[in-house]
Design a protein around this ligand. Structure first.
Ligand code: TRP
Length: 364
């Protein structure tokens, strides 16, 4: 439900993504996905419909999945890391509750998703050094997403890590040979940089060999939901329903949602964005169209609209939340999943770093 006109590169990426979906359907085992999140708080409904459900879908289709919990990237735009360990656990719970099947052993025979944290995989982080040498400061300073994040940050200056985290992200993707990166539009510049780094590394050190394949962006087809205040959904604004929230908290949040005074409920994203987003939320949760939801509410006004959304969201999330509560009681299992993911990611990263050092003529 983006209200901005897509730029030509976005239109292009959309076209390529549609073609990619066909290739995934035909040969899922040819693809490896790397994606991830920063552990800054529990995931919300927007994450679920926008990315989490897509990860689970790709895994069920037969694509191999790597999920990075980007703990070193928490400090890109803030000084205080906060309860990172707790947030790592919440992220893991959100993924498992959503249906992602994790690997529980490190070897290649286990086809579950590899969930790992940056801080547990030193060889991945070491790729930052050669990769940084392949980009210019001007190129990093032009990145529109980094610019927007720097502007939104409460920090006075842009940290070196904020400027260079897209390079770190390239290391995430390239260390495991991922060829598919599901992204939102704002991450497209980062993926372009990842492709440049792969290309430049091959040119400079590959001696005719392709050390790194250039990954492709898979743009999310999911519509963007607004927060209950009409702004972008965000973990920190308190305007989105966390997956782990209970049914009463969900009801309270939507009861305070911004709407308008027109009792007749219509789906009009341009003139009534808040009402439209609520309709879209209910529609996504019940598998119907926002127009159909609006039609049913008719002259019921904001109160009926909100009650409709609360029921739809709670109903839709009920199985996920039940699983989440069960999983949360099994700390040993959560620890084992992360340990297996970290161990596998380390083995893969060690191999990649050895190849990189070999190509560069480094190491003993
Ligand atoms: N930067 C992403 C975010 O803030 C998280 C992330 C880290 C990521 N590494 C990645 C996303 C690699 C995709 C691919 O949400």
């Amino acid at each position: 439900m983006s209200r901005t006109t897509p730029t030509p590169s976005v239109v292009d990426a959309q076209r390529r993504s549609a073609a990619l979906e066909q290739r995934i359907g035909a040969d899922p085992h040819a693809f490896r996905v790397l994606t991830g999140d920063r552990p800054t708080g529990p995931l919300h409904l927007g994450h679920y419909v926008g990315t989490l459900a897509n990860r689970v879908r790709l895994q069920r289709a037969g694509v191999e999945v790597f999920v990075v919990i980007a703990d070193y990237q928490v400090i890109t735009d803030r000084d205080v890391a906060g309860d990172v360990r707790g947030h790592v656990r919440e992220l893991l719970l959100d993924h498992l509750a959503a249906g992602l099947v994790p690997r529980t052993s490190p070897g290649a025979h286990d086809t579950g998703a590899t969930v790992f944290t940056h801080s547990a995989v030193p060889a991945l982080n070491q790729l930052m050094l050669p990769f940084l040498s392949l980009v210019t400061v001007a190129e990093l300073q032009r990145n529109p997403t980094v610019k927007a994040e720097a502007a939104a940050s409460s920090r006075r200056g842009t940290s070196g890590l904020l400027l260079t985290y897209p390079v770190h992200q390239a290391a995430d993707v390239l260390f495991c040979g991922a060829n598919l990166v599901p992204v939102g539009q704002d991450q497209l510049p980062h993926l372009e940089l990842t492709r440049s780094i792969a290309r430049r590394f091959n040119e400079r050190y590959g001696a005719g060999r392709e050390v790194f394949a250039e990954p492709e962006a898979l743009l999310s087809a999911a519509p963007l939901l607004l927060g209950t205040d009409g702004e972008k959904m965000s973990k920190s604004r308190g305007n989105a329903v966390a997956l782990r929230a209970d049914e009463d908290e969900t009801a309270r949040l939507y009861r305070s949602a911004k709407t308008d005074a027109d009792r007749r409920i219509t789906y009009d994203p341009v003139h009534r964005p808040e009402v439209a987003s609520l309709l879209l939320t209910a529609a996504l949760c019940t598998g119907t169209s926002p127009e159909a939801v609006a039609e049913r509410i008719g002259d019921g006004g904001a109160a009926v609209l909100k009650a409709t959304v609360v029921e739809a969201v709670n109903e839709h999330l009920r199985p996920l939340r039940r699983r989440r509560r069960e999983l949360a009681r099994d700390d040993a299992h959560l620890r084992a999943v992360l340990a297996a993911g970290n161990e596998h990611a380390n083995a893969v990263a060690d191999r990649t770093l050895a190849t990189v050092q070999e190509a560069m003529g480094l190491g003993g």
